[in-house]
Design a protein around this ligand. Sequence first.
Ligand code: C2E
Ligand code: CA
Ligand code: CA
Ligand code: CA
Length: 279
Amino acid sequence: AKSAGRNSYKFYTADLNARAREILEIESQLRYALDRDEFVLHYQPQVDLRTGEIIGAEALIRWQHPDLGLLGPVRFIEVAEERGFIVQIGNWVIQEACRQLAQWRRQGLPRISLAVNLSTLQFKQQDLAVHLQRALSAHGLVGSDLDVEVTESVIMDDVETTIHTIDRIKSMGLQLSIDDFGTGYSSLSYLKRFKADKLKIDRSFVRDIPMDADDSAIARAIINMAKNLNMTVIAEGVETIEQWKFLDREGCHAAQGYLLAKPVPAKEFEKLLEKGVLL
Ligand code: C2E
Ligand code: CA
Ligand code: CA
Ligand code: CA
């Protein structure tokens, strides 16, 4: 047992060193990534649970790193936040999402809204609302074309400032979604104050439904609460038809997950849009 323990310790430090090296590699390249145009957005459809129709999409960032290949956000977003790059990166995401959506409209593809993820630091920007408005106007879009997804931690961070910014964003017509719902430390009272339009049930509560009785009860409770507060409920991480059926039975409005489609590059997403119905 002792030697096994030592071995696993060794593996652990090896992993740790690899991750530490990767972080250095990421830090050294991240400042150039925007100028070199190395970020791309992938798009994952959000689908109406009744009809299987695509009603929207979430834009998810990826980084084509010069040495490490295509990186998902878990590999670099935290570093970007710590180093303060996230604001510029986030502004690029907003611009690029608007540009892409406008292009799809010009191509005559079915009209959807696009959701972008915003991080806490973006809310500390004085001009987040201005930036959103400029990006929309520059591409001939209006507020209702864009959803913003924020986690509970964004909301709990600096409540007064955040409420003010959210009110402005909402008055421009953008929809506000609470991401990863149920995983944060916030109280339920903020739901009333923030008047979110959509609530996304975190994947951790979806994974084991309908088999796990506790998770099923939690998912059901979230759906009922959201509906009673007149919010749209989206289930994240739907991978099986059993999960889909459960959510449909419970009256959940929409779903996102590998059962329907993984996040894909814009060109591939166009094919999904042309299909229109995914299930
Ligand atoms: P999130 O906002 O909760 O996004 C959903 C994540 O779940 C995505 O991971 C998506 O690929 C993954 N996912 C979707 N369906 C399934 C499924 O059926 N099964 C499983 N196992 N996973 C599924 P991704 O793209 O790696 O993004 C991770 C996180 O990075 C996002 O979590 C979000 O918090 C953050 N992120 C992504 N793009 C941006 C961005 O542009 N700005 C900021 N600030 N954060 C971003
Ligand atoms: Ca999200
Ligand atoms: Ca989420
Ligand atoms: Ca998440």
